[in-house]
Design a protein around this ligand. Structure first.
Ligand SMILES: Cc1cc2nc3c(=O)[nH]c(=O)nc-3n(C[C@H](O)[C@H](O)[C@H](O)COP(=O)(O)OP(=O)(O)OC[C@H]3O[C@@H](n4cnc5c(N)ncnc54)[C@H](O)[C@@H]3O)c2cc1C
Length: 386
């Protein structure tokens, strides 16, 4: 019997944990190293869209996620005062595809994935600092000076990936041009029915309100800003409330219900797409490979798709370097297409001019449900094979 192949995963985010589960289920020996002292315990929520749920289902890892989250039932685009522009058929697409889209608190998602790892897979508080390629594998360096050898290193270390930097050199981030405020807070409102998601559109501003289950709401607000990177650091709850004065009552009430200490501030960024996700025995996935703006709610979903496709290619192709090239060839067109689509969508959603805001509203109002369904079905379908 041959010894199991060994993989090291840098980063215990959504992509890294999914990759570890998928590889362990395919018989690999996997170690995951996370720089932070614990898995992220605080923070916000996100939507795990139907394509990601399908990918998780393909490795039998979907149920704990579904159980910890809230299936999306109604998804609206609304005017800032609350009038519905259109309802997106997200629930119906999920039914058609056989996989729901799920809102979930980020720490609960990480826990639902981590609980599926074999014991002693995860080491926290140990930062990976780089790697030395070898002809038959890779030596991984850690910040405490230790070294580990493996057949495969997976760089799942997020937007500021050190593995990416070593593989591709400097690839600057691109600003989004807006600041984002986010939170999860106990909140209920008559408008917020079970499985509710609404994106409220203003001029140069948006607000998202999502039922993540268990009486909790995840909300986010975005606001155009000339110097978003610096502005993100210095904003109080009062300023957020002021930014959304006159918006729908549920928007204002959600911010009011949030303790200042639970408010996160950030500046979303992406990078210009690249077509290289691997080099020898080292491979990138998720935000390390293709960070994207959050407009389509697909960053984590693409990290999950990456992880599942990577494990599949490694199982199907005995030569590791060839398997990584197959992974790269299959994944970069889809993931990079979504990076570009998310940036395009972000421009539309953050529009400020009266004409642009009017055009986007009427475009959405006049789009029949059948056309919205057709436009979204590809995005929300997971296709593991080319
Ligand atoms: C405001 C906002 C809203 C979003 N909403 C959604 C949504 O609704 N749906 C969706 O699908 N996506 C969403 N996304 C995108 C999503 O959050 C990311 O795409 C996703 O988290 C990427 O997962 P990842 O595992 O690649 O990276 P990360 O989640 O960033 O995980 C990387 C991990 O690596 C660790 N790490 C970093 N460096 C090192 C190192 N050197 N060594 C070891 N560990 C290291 C980090 O601590 C972290 O735990 C959103 C993003 C933003 C900003």
């Amino acid at each position: 019997m041959t010894a199991p192949r060994k993989a090291i995963v840098a980063g215990a985010g959504i992509g890294g944990l999914t990759a570890a589960i998928a590889l362990q289920r395919a018989g690999w020996q996997v170690k995951v190293f996370e720089a932070a002292q614990t898995l992220r315990t605080g923070g916000t929520g996100l939507s795990v869209m139907a394509n990601a749920m399908a990918a998780l289902h393909s490795i039998d890892a979907h149920l704990p996620v579904e159980q910890a989250g809230q299936v999306i039932r109604d998804f609206f685009f609304k005017k800032h005062q609350g009038e519905a522009i259109t309802r997106m058929p997200i629930h119906e697409i999920g039914e058609q595809l056989g996989h729901p889209s799920v809102n979930i608190q980020r720490p609960l998602l990480l826990r639902a994935l981590a609980q599926q790892l074999a014991p002693d897979t995860l080491t926290t508080g140990l930062r990976c600092t780089g790697y030395e390629p070898r002809p038959d594998g890779v030596t991984v360096r850690f910040e405490d000076g230790s070294l580990q050898e493996a057949d495969l290193l997976i760089g799942a270390d997020g937007l500021n990936s050190v593995i990416r930097q070593q593989m591709l050199g400097e690839t600057p981030t691109r600003p989004s041009g807006y600041v984002a405020w986010l939170s999860v807070a106990p909140f209920s409102h008559p408008v917020m029915t079970e499985g509710y998601v609404a994106h409220y559109w203003g001029r140069g501003k948006r607000f998202g309100l999502c039922d993540v289950g268990n009486g909790q709401a995840y909300w986010w607000g975005t606001c155009n800003h000339e110097n978003a990177a610096d502005a993100a650091l210095n904003i109080s709850k009062q300023e957020v409330l002021a930014a959304y004065a006159g918006w729908a009552p549920e928007v204002v009430a959600a911010i009011e219900a949030t303790p200042e200490s639970a408010l996160l501030k950030m500046h979303a960024r992406d990078r210009h797409p690249v077509e290289q996700f691997c080099d020898g025995h080292v491979v990138l996935l998720g935000d390390a490979a293709h960070p994207m703006l959050p407009s389509l709610g697909q960053g984590a979903a693409q990290a999950i798709e990456d992880a599942v496709v990577l494990a599949d290619r490694l199982a199907r192709t005995p030569d590791l370097r060839t398997a990584l090239l197959h992974y790269q060839a299959h994944r970069h067109p889809r993931a990079n297409g979504i990076v570009n689509a998310a940036r395009f969508m972000s421009g539309i959603e953050q529009a400020e001019s009266t004409l642009a805001c009017w055009a986007r509203e009427w475009y959405m109002r006049l789009s029949p449900q059948s056309s919205l369904r057709k436009k979204n079905i590809d995005l929300l379908s997971f296709k593991p094979c080319p």
